[in-house]
Every structure is written in C-alpha cells, then in structure tokens.
Design a protein around this ligand. Structure first.
Ligand SMILES: Nc1ncnc2c1ncn2[C@@H]1O[C@H](COP(=O)(O)OP(=O)(O)OP(=O)(O)O)[C@@H](O)[C@H]1O
Ligand SMILES: [Mg+2]
Length: 376
C-alpha cells in the first residue's frame, strides 16, 4: 500500500487465481490516470483451487499458460494475491518504535498475535499510525500480515512454472479494497466517510467470500468465509436433487425473492413457479446464514477497536454478489446501507478490452486491485 505517487511507469499485471476462473488485468499509467490495457479470464479446472489454496499446482500452471494465450495478455512480471485460512491479518498495538527497529522486533512480537508458528510464516507489516495513551505512553498501530510459507511456496511455484516472475504477493482483500475504495492511495479517505465510521467490503466468489473493514482507505480487518457462490448453488442442487450445473442455472435465473413487495411475474401454480419458489427458499436460507456470518465478523471488529465506531456502509463485489436482490437482503439483515461497487471506478478502459471486462465487471476486482497496487 503505497503513498500517492506515480510509482511504476511500466504496465503492471494482476493475476487472480480463483476457484472457478483465473484472471489477468494489465494496468498502465496514462496521461491523466490509469488505463486497463489488457483483461482476460479462463476457467480453472475443478478442484485445483480449494478454499483459496492451490491444491493441484500443475493444473493451476496449465490454466495460467492458457490465460497467457488470450489476446492482449503479455508480460512476465505478475502480482498475485493470497486469501485463505493460512493468511492472517491483525491490527496490533505496540510501544512506539521506528520502522527499522520494528523490522528487527516483529519476528519476536508476532507470535503473540498469530495462530501460525512464526518459523513457518512469512511476515509483513505496515505502521498505520501512532498515538499517546491517557498514561502518556507512546504507542503505535501496526497492520501485521502472516502467511504460511508452504502455501506461499506452492503459489510461487505454480506461477513460475508457467514461465512468469512474481514481482509482488499481496493479500487479496487489500487488492479488492484498493479497487473499489482507494484506487491505491492509502492517504485519501473515501470522500463519503465520516470520522469514526468504517466501511465494509464484501467480495463473494465461488469458493470464498472476503470480508474487509476499511477506515480511511486502510483495511484494518479481513476474514475469509467459505459461505459463497458454490454453497448457494449446492443448496439449490440438494433441495431439488439437481446436478450442480442445473442448479447453477436456476440460481442465476431465480435469485432471491424481491422483498420490496413487487408482485411475481408468473402465475404461482406453474411448474416453473414452483421450482423457482423452492430455489428461492433454499437461497434465502443460505443467505440468512451468510448474513449471520458477516454480522459475526463485523461485530468482532467493532469489539476489537478502542474507539466507538460504526459500519454504516457495505460495498459488495465478486460475481457471487450478483445474486438477484442480495443487496436488499443484506441491507435488511445488517441494518446498513448496502450497494454493489464498481471495480472499474479508478481506471479507464481501453477500447480493445471493453467487451472482456464488461462481461466480468464484478469478478474483476481482485485482478484490478492487484495491478493497481503495482501502479500507484
Ligand atoms: N448473475 C449471477 N447471480 C448469482 N450468482 C452468480 C451470478 N453470476 C455469477 N455468479 C456466481 O459467482 C460465483 C463465481 O464468482 P467468481 O468468478 O468471482 O469466483 P472465483 O474468483 O473463481 O472464485 P474464488 O474467488 O471464490 O476463488 C459462482 O458461484 C457463480 O454462481
Ligand atoms: Mg475470486
């Protein structure tokens, strides 16, 4: 997370290795801003990425090679994101020290805060700010990231085996946040944000949901959940005894019921209407579990912070967030303003990639945010 600066002038490639799809976004600094000059996605083989972790590296390598055969995808240095149970992000308070001193001390301090043995972890940190306690102690807030080394190693080798070089590894939820909120600047707060107010960003994919709480453009809390698009589909498949693909189609067609009170557009006794009803009931049950999960995360965050804070707004991205009427359900269940967010908010789109990215607008947030992290 850099300051506002014109960092790199070379194109930056964000590579998002997902459960269903692998995506690449290429960003170039251009006169007045940043331009998306390449975008593509290809399917990932089923079972190669599970719960955000690479379990079949050769299959992932093959998908990446396939992606590099798509029009407009070129370049060797890529930025990837990691997001799974083996990456933890913690906001910690430590006695104030300089950056250089903390670099030496973090190894010894970290174990108190992370569930991964520190000798098996790769650590990174960012000093967010400092403050004085009522007892006049000089303290600082540090965002600590710890990732299990083995998990990072398999991601690195899958990428390298495709003939690419890794220029950076990021936390996926930081990338998503960057795409929809800050455009990469960690000093410009979101203009709608009031002091003491945090914004939540929820990205729903196939296998994972990423939840982040952001204040002044800086993610201060992240969590992953496996309640996501695949689970919604599986619930429909189970209740109607359908194949996953059949259930997927039905899920997308039906979505959740309209809770604004609009009348259904079909007679209630047709067979289609009955299928739709059962589908919507199943989806409603899953979404209620999802809401409870999100509420637990947000409540946890709010109990961890020392100042009084509220989460008034929730921004959603990810292809799974397109489930019909989902924002309205979350709005009701979480008592917050919920809206779909636009991952292309901070970038211009070059003509040649317009069609590719338009078809995958919500799913594009991680790849775009990863590349943004290299540009700014
Ligand atoms: N119109 C739609 N309505 C509801 N769900 C949708 C819609 N379009 C796509 N989805 C769901 O979005 C999910 C795919 O999301 P996405 O492409 O972001 O996942 P991914 O990046 O491959 O996986 P992950 O990030 O979890 O590893 C699938 O569960 C799919 O059913
Ligand atoms: Mg994804």
């Amino acid at each position: 997370m850099g300051l506002v600066s014109m960092g790199s002038s070379v194109p930056q490639i964000g590579l998002d290795i997902g459960t269903d799809q692998v995506r690449a976004a290429i960003l170039k600094p251009s006169g007045s801003g940043i331009t998306l000059s390449g975008y593509a996605r290809v399917p990932m083989s089923i079972g190669a990425v599970v719960d955000g972790e690479i379990v079949d590296p050769p299959a992932v390598t093959a998908a990446i090679k396939d992606l590099w055969r798509q029009p407009g995808i070129k370049g060797k240095d890529v930025i990837i994101g990691v997001s799974n149970q083996k990456v933890v992000v913690r906001l910690i308070d430590l006695p104030f020290m300089e950056q250089a001193e903390l670099e030496g001390a973090i190894q010894y301090q970290a174990q108190d805060y992370i569930p991964i043995p520190v000798e098996d972890a790769i650590l990174d940190f960012q000093i967010i700010g400092d403050y004085m306690t009522p007892a006049d102690e000089h303290m600082m807030e540090v965002l600590l990231v710890a990732a299990q080394r083995d998990m990072i190693d398999s991601a690195v080798s899958a990428v390298q085996a495709a003939g690419l070089r890794l220029s950076r590894i990021d936390v996926t939820s930081f990338a998503i946040t960057r795409a929809v909120l800050s455009g990469g600047s960690s000093v410009l707060p979101d203009s709608d944000e009031e002091p003491g107010e945090a914004v939540a960003v929820i990205h729903i994919g196939s296998g994972l949901t990423n939840i982040a709480v952001v204040e002044k453009g800086i993610p201060r809390f992240t969590r992953v959940s496996s309640l996501s698009g695949n689970q919604f589909t599986q619930a429909v498949a189970n209740v109607l005894n359908l194949t996953f693909d059949e259930a997927e189609r039905l899920k997308i067609e039906s979505g959740l019921p309209d809770i604004s009170g609009a009348a259904p557009d079909e007679p209630a006794d047709s067979e289609d209407a009955q299928m739709r009803q059962v589908t919507q009931d199943a989806l409603e049950r899953e979404v209620n579990k999802f809401i409870a999960e999100v509420r637990r995360s947000l409540d946890y965050y709010l109990t961890q912070t020392t100042q009084v804070r509220t989460i008034r707004r929730i921004l959603m991205t990810g292809s799974g967030a397109q489930l019909k009427n989902m924002p309205a359900y979350l709005e009701k269940g979480l008592q917050a303003e919920v809206m779909l967010s636009d991952p292309l908010r901070f970038v211009q789109v070059s003509g040649s990639v317009e069609a590719a990215v338009a078809a995958d607008r919500m799913g594009a947030a991680p790849a775009i945010g990863l590349a943004l992290g290299g540009v700014v």
